[in-house]
Design a protein around this ligand. Sequence first.
Ligand SMILES: [Cu+2]
Length: 491
Amino acid sequence: MNHLCNLLVLALLAGVTRALQSELTEPRVLESKNGLLDIQLDLNYVNWTIQGYRMNTRGFADSIPGLTLKMKAGDKLRILLKNKLHKESGCAFVPSHNSYKQPEVTNLHTHGMYVSSTAPSDDVTIAIGQNESYQYSIDIPTEHAAGSHWYHPHHHGSTALQVGGGAFGAIIIGDDKDALPEQYQNMSEKIMVVSFMNMPAVEHAATYSCDSHFDFAGETDQFILVNGQMNPKVTMNPNEWYRWRIVYASIGSVAKMNMGVGCEMKLLAKDGVYLNEFPRDVDALYLPAGGRADVAVRCSANSSAFRALIDSQTYAIVTPVIRQQSYSPGKPLLKYNFKAPNYLRDLRYVNATTRYDIGFTGGIVADDGSGSTCVINGRAWINSNTYNKCYSKGDIVESRLTGIVYHPMHMHIYPFQLQEDVEIETNYYKAGDWHDTLQVLTSSVVNVKIHITNLFSGKQMVHCHILPHEDTGCMAMNYIKETQDEICVQE
Ligand SMILES: [Cu+2]
């Protein structure tokens, strides 16, 4: 009897907790019309509060996260970015080339998008100072795959402070009508911008860049927000499949994300590219800072929270709640083979035309302060005109990645394809999969290939997506030659 009473009390408590939880809301969506999305985006100081937590920080359009931008392949994205931050005078720290600095300077990176890196497109060498504006104009190729991406500032020295404080938003390239089987086409979607708020790391960046604006108070100094909320509930029909687009907006730690008992989750896409065959059973999602996963989720009963394991701490992300009065028998998910566009064609049996190995070393600092800066191929960031690798248009690049257990490798413009299964027990990283950001659990070497297409020439950046590492020099620039005769020096 006692046992029964306890169960009843627990069930009641769980019910009360769920009743108190707010429902997941989504950032406002701005959608392209007639092939164009033309917007103004302000980066400004934001006073943010929620459930006893408070931040004076920076954000786009006065919110954390910023607006969601939704477009289609072939569209043009125009963003007038207005920098409403201002410079402060007097700083005790003299910034070095690779240190935190210029907290008032910004720009925009469209993380994951296959677009030109030349201004006024996704050029991260653009620097927008206080009270300045910049007109971006980004042509999305007609063959661009549908998927989930994000935007965030990328100015060397102020990236960790701005992104870590909440300046980011989701980008969705929508599926063409009838591109997917009806079952997938008709799924209700939830966009979840999951941000791991690492306040000590952001405060450190603020201190060393002499930023007096960032300020935080709260019960714990590391926490998870989803669309700016703390562990909201997601109300779902029983046994119905939903599509969750998960954007992991983090400046550092990798997250292992697990579904609670009562729900199941199947992987559809990673980093905005569908799996060659989906859905896939996986034991969890392994998202590096900046990574995305699209999953199909269904719940048969009220579930414990969908949660993230980060640096051996567990955090609730959202709690699925079932609409009790409705009933659906549920249907299995159909298997589907993704029809890849040319830039994502399978490279596993294609001979490489060139080789570019990428090795991360350093960046591990011991408790006594000893250690070294993270570097790529033995050197820290020099400048945007010093190239680590020169490519030609049409190159198929073979690349051996090392050091990516500690450092998530992010490549701009071009995603890369795994050439072998990695971390086999997880079923998360399979030969043939595409990523734009990759961190692994234990593998010391991972082989990938990159398809440098004929579409874009110019600069291509590679960096560690632990943003404090990026700000302190863990970046390299490469260059794609427009013609064979163009001179590009690898140094
Ligand atoms: Cu790193």
